[in-house]
Design a protein around this ligand. Sequence first.
Ligand code: FES
Length: 111
Amino acid sequence: MAYQTACQADEVWEGDMLEVDVGEHPVLLVRMEGGALHAYQGMCPHQDIPLSEGRFDGKVLMCRAHQWTFDARNGQGINPHDCQLAQYPVREENGQVLVEVEGVSPLFAHS
Ligand code: FES
């Protein structure tokens, strides 16, 4: 298993999100209020819409298509509650964001 460079750390501002491709995987990076960085599947588990086209307020992600919402601390669905974003291991090193995508598959929910 290996971490791959996703982007420069200063490309993801606090309270902001950024979609990057890591290998073949679309990955959504979110930087929480306070600076913590998380990496999730880039596509909505509902109908494959890029989550980067939605909204992020520093705490909650909202898909633009049907307004599903997710807790950006852990990817847990808020509305509906019975869904989840797959989370990738992520770390910052020497000004770069590194993500490990191997072994993690995007999750899909009921439609
Ligand atoms: S595609 Fe994201 S909420 Fe429907």
